[in-house]
Design a protein around this ligand. Sequence first.
Ligand code: NAD
Length: 355
Amino acid sequence: MPEPEYEGEGAMSKTIGMGILGCGDYLRWEKGAIAASKRIAVRALFDPRAERARRYAELLGGEPAESADAVLDDPDVEVVCLFVPPWLRRDLLLKAVEAGKHVIAVKPLGPTVEECGEMVRAAEAADVLCCVQYRRTGNAVLETCKDVFEGGELGRLAIYRQDWMHHYPQWNDWATDPARNGGPFMDAMIHNLNTARYLMGRPVTHCTYFSEDFAHPDLKCNDTELMKADFAGGGTALLFITWAADLAVYSTEGNDREHVEVLYMVTDQGWRLTEEHRSGEQLIVASREGRERLFRPQALPATFYDRFAEAVETGGPLPRDVPDVRAAYEDVKLVRDGEANPGVRMAVDLSLVGQ
Ligand SMILES: NC(=O)c1ccc[n+]([C@@H]2O[C@H](COP(=O)([O-])OP(=O)(O)OC[C@H]3O[C@@H](n4cnc5c(N)ncnc54)[C@H](O)[C@@H]3O)[C@@H](O)[C@H]2O)c1
């Protein structure tokens, strides 16, 4: 997809100033949507690797800053993106919300339940919007699936089944470290745990978790993890990820890997839903007894950043395709509680720690 270019003149009409902390690989994925925003102007960027902040300042506008504090103290910055590794997020998020900045963070919220709990408390005590981006953010296919399930025409979502297989991350030194991030589930499958919870639209009641190592004793984490999450009123998510197979790595500069995926959903009326490409068109295909119904993903009305800006301007709720900080806390708690009770079907407790 061609990258939208930064439009210097358009920046004059942009009303919301944004600061970016962390100019690593995730910003590479986000830069197109940020550049395309009609309402948000990048004012300041910081990364301890100064050349990265300089490079993205040239691309997106704004000025490279001397420190994270310089961005957080900047009165022209209303929204702060925390695109840093998870183990660095808490201190920055606490400072940001204390300074009255709205926050766009990214999964996983933090490496420990305690740190995530602190972030929830601070964000909820402040009069700001605080969200955590996941893979479902800005995803038209998943938003259309949500509409279909809410509309009820195919019944309720009963089974959400997803497998991911790719090489372990090699573009940084923290992703495979459970103290700073986690294993494959915390690092990647947590995206799909959040999606499953969103699409089910009802609480998780029980969870069973497995974590094993099959091929990488050299890593600090296990290479294969599985969660079965059961939902109120029936319904289950089966989420499996493995880094055991050394699939292709196209570049160690960023997330550029061979990726194998299986995803299907089944409703309580026996419809199976899959995402398919037919004649170059992306479709959601629902099938039952050999009959098909096709759903075209409905394009989202604006970039995520513009929809977030609108929420800031109107004091409205967060866009639907992004969870708040508490939902992101709950994802981390599910994973960590599961890890502490491997193989046990446990009743889920998503309360905030320390309360
Ligand atoms: N890369 C992806 O494909 C991807 C996809 C989805 C989510 N994420 C999430 O995005 C977050 C960042 O991951 P990444 O892949 O960009 O990692 P990365 O290591 O490529 O980039 C992180 C950047 O943060 C910088 N940094 C460190 N300390 C900082 C500080 N105090 N202030 C500002 N910047 C600081 C680092 O120098 C680095 O440039 C993680 O939570 C990750 O899980 C990444």
